[in-house]
Every structure is written in C-alpha cells, then in structure tokens.
Design a binder for this molecule. Sequence first.
Ligand code: ADP
Length: 259
Amino acid sequence: RIKSHQVQQGVQLMEGVKNVVAVASGKGGVGKSTTAVNLALGLAACGAKVGILDADIYGPSIPRMLGVSGKPTSKDGKTLEPKEAYGLKAMSIGFLIDEETPMVWRGPMVMQALEQLLGDTNWGELDYLVVDLPPGTGDTQLTLSQKVPLTGAVIVSTPQDIALLDARRGFQMFEKVGVPSLGIVENMSLFICPSCGEETDIFSHGGGQKFADDYGVEFLGSIPLDADIREQADTGHPTVVAGPDSRQAEIYRTIANAV
Ligand code: ADP
C-alpha cells in the first residue's frame, strides 16, 4: 500500500485523487497495459477506490482490456464521466474514437488530449489513479511527470536484456524528473506448458531482480507467460476478475499490496 511515499508537490489537477501511480515500460508489447489493468483491479480487490487512465493516445488498449466502449457522457457539458468497469473508473481516448481509427496527431495535440482526459474527467474520490503510459521516454511521460503530482512509477519489463535496457532508460528518466520508482514487475518471466507443466524461461530469467538490485528499487514480483492472461486481457475479462481464485490473480493482488 502506498503510505510511505511522499506525493510530489505539483499542479493539483485532480482534487479527489489521493495517489497517482504511473505504469511504465521501456518497450512496447511487454505487458504494461495488462499489468496496469490487473494492478488497478488488485488495488480495488484490497478495498481501494481506483481509476485507470489510458495515457497511450496513439495505441489505447484499456477499452478492449476492460471490455468497455462507447462515448463517455457529460453532466455539465464540460467534464467527462469516466466509464465504469469491474468497479474501476476508466478513461481513454479509445472511448472517443473508433477502435480502428489511427490518431494521426502531432505531439502538441496529443499532450492537449492527455491533459483533457486527465483533468476534465470527473474522477470523484479515488485512492489510486493508475496511469497506463505509452512505452518509452517521450512527451507523455514528461508532461505527466511535470503536470501531475505522481506518487511514483511502476516499471514493467520482460526479463531479457534488450527489454531491461529500455526499462533502465525509463527508470533514469523518472529519476531525472524526480518521480520515485515504486518498483519493477517482471512480466512473461516463465512459461509453464499447459499440457506437461514443464517450466521454460522463454525470455531468460532473473533480469527483474537484477534491475531491482542494481537500482535499489523494490522487486514487486514476476508474472508468468500464460495463455490465460493473454486471452483474459484481450477479451476484456482481466485475470483478477476472470479467475479471482487463480494463482495469476493472486500474483497481481500481491503486487498491488506491495505497491
Ligand atoms: P504493452 O502495454 O506493454 O504494449 P500489453 O499489455 O498490450 O503490452 O500486452 C501485449 C500482449 O501480450 C497482449 O496481447 C497481452 O494479452 C499479452 N500479455 C501480456 N502479459 C502477458 C502474460 N503474462 N502472459 C501472456 N500474455 C501476456
């Protein structure tokens, strides 16, 4: 539970939001969004009021992963009502555009959209707002770090060197802008064969722990490469709700507790 981390001073964009937790990765496709959704659900399962903001304007995936779509309503013509799914409040550019429409926007437009999704959404009272960042160390990460009092960032990486190298860059960027790191999650760390149960390190192993040791950050846990996690994420029934008694859901809840 986030208690000890100091919330940074900054522009108070969202009055009722107690903690803003960014979920970041160096590379795309490492499972950042899947982790963000399940982390948010894990926090909610612990009794917290949780929202999730999809900050990936070019590639929003939260609507699909939560199985929600359709335009958000507005009560006052100025602010947007977040969508509700599995007890989470969610906002994404994906609710405002057709799923297959590409966002052919330059940086400033993207930043404007991000600020609106963040600041013009009627989040209400939240214990945590989980922000699913796009991969890398670009405009979105900088804007968010500078405009929002981030509690901290959770870094998601697969265990192999090439993904960890990018994760290191992500970590250093947050250090530079003064955002505390809440720890690293190693995703797709082990493949368990569904038919024979044999365990294989497809993407190598131990990288997340090494990262944590090198930088003195917390190793929050490792999540296996698992066909169920993929299917649940891609069909809008994320693991923590689809298989609440599964070992995978237990891992996400443990990670939520460690954050
Ligand atoms: P990112 O946000 O880093 O681009 P996603 O969360 O969108 O990555 O995940 C990419 C793909 O990998 C998705 O199809 C997702 O369902 C799948 N995936 C993520 N984590 C796992 C996992 N632990 N096991 C199996 N598939 C996973």
